[in-house]
Design a protein around this ligand. Structure first.
Ligand SMILES: CC(=O)SCCNC(=O)CCNC(=O)[C@H](O)C(C)(C)COP(=O)(O)OP(=O)(O)OC[C@H]1O[C@@H](n2cnc3c(N)ncnc32)[C@H](O)[C@@H]1OP(=O)(O)O
Ligand SMILES: O=C([O-])CC(=O)C(=O)O
Ligand SMILES: [Mg+2]
Length: 297
């Protein structure tokens, strides 16, 4: 199964940026109809995205998602229809607060998939959690439909909702971020996707923030500029040393098992079942990332 580390936004009203985004090394492109598009260009942007998705070379593009407008907006239903007809891999649902909304979209998509002759359940859902209520309901949101593949976090809207400001250290985000990690795994889905880093000229700040998210348990990051791809890929791709250590652990444990030992010592550290499990996760991730990278131009 492929794994996705970078989720690059491209504004739906900028065909040139969308075209450029799909030619980068990003794992995923998110065409945006929501906050990157001004209110008076919403219908036009949907049309531009629809045309872009019809272009022949689009099949060569990375995994494609559409961020629709929020479910309470007048644009929502037509946005979802445009995504389904454009054959996107998934839909990002901004300001996801209630599991009932996810269930409604699930049904709407099932009807569209039948009409279009797709396999029912094909289009995935990525709720973007960016409010106090969304964080509070995150477990139910993650469980609301089998289409929900990953949760994602929107720190800019979230800090506005809890009436604070984004800081360098990000301590104001810790509760929400950890909640999303915990809700994801409790619901049996993959780790969530971290928020964008708006200061896109600041590589050091991006690295610090990405490493922090990775330590908390996120498994990728949304980005707004192609120059952010490399930093995020480096953080979310296991390094050579980590991979060597994982191989050593798995091999040593296999040998120990054959000799009837359950817990052993390797380089001064105890190795037992959960340690081996974690090492195996690293090796599986490396394989999955190879698959992701092999499909790129
Ligand atoms: C809080 C939220 O909701 S975040 C999600 C919504 N926001 C977005 O979608 C914004 C996405 N990002 C962007 O639109 C842009 O990066 C901006 C507006 C922030 C900055 O754009 P610019 O001022 O053009 O940046 P810059 O001059 O560094 O761009 C360099 C090149 O990279 C391209 N580029 C910039 N951002 C992107 C992108 N997201 N995808 C693809 N290409 C991009 C530019 O088109 C430009 O190409 P060119 O040299 O061929 O003209
Ligand atoms: O998803 C993101 O990081 C961007 C966003 O909408 C927010 O922060 O409000
Ligand atoms: Mg937002």
């Amino acid at each position: 199964m492929k794994k996705h580390r970078t989720w690059l936004f491209a504004p739906g009203n900028h065909p040139r940026t969308m075209e450029k985004a799909m030619k980068t090394q990003t794992d995923i492109v998110i065409y945006d109809l929501e906050d990157a598009v001004p209110l008076d260009e919403k219908e036009q942007a949907r049309e531009i995205v629809r045309e872009h998705l019809q272009e022949k070379h689009i099949d060569k593009a990375p995994y494609k998602l559409l961020r629709v407008n929020e479910s309470t907006s007048p644009f929502f239903t037509q946005d979802v229809i445009a995504g389904a007809r454009g054959n996107v891999d998934g839909i990002v649902l901004p300001k996801s607060d209630h599991p009932e909304h996810i269930k409604d979209v699930d049904q709407q998509l099932a009807a569209l998939e039948q009409e279009l002759g797709y396999e029912v359940g094909k289009i995935q859902l990525f709720p973007l959690i960016e409010s106090a209520l969304g964080v509070h309901n995150s477990y139910e949101i993650a469980k609301a439909s089998p289409r929900v593949t990953r949760l994602s976090f929107g720190a800019i809207d979230y800090t506005s909702d809890i009436q604070t400001k984004l800081s360098e250290s990000g301590e104001e985000l810790l509760y929400a971020q950890s909640q999303l990690v915990n809700s994801s795994y409790a619901a049996g889905i993959e780790g969530p996707i971290d928020t964008v880093y708006a200061d896109f000229q600041n590589e050091e700040g991006l690295l610090r923030e990405t490493q922090r998210g990775s330590r908390l348990g996120f498994k990728g990051k949304m980005i707004i500029h192609p120059k952010q791809i490399e930093v995020v890929h480096n953080v979310y791709t296991p390094g050579d040393e980590e991979v060597e250590e994982a191989k050593e652990i798995v091999n040593a444990y296999q040998q120990a098992n054959e000799q009837g030992d359950g817990a052993i010592q390797l380089n001064g550290k105890m190795i037992d079942v959960p340690v081996v499990k974690s090492a195996q996760q690293t090796l599986d991730l490396v394989e999955a990332l190879k698959e992701t990278d092999d499909t790129k131009a």
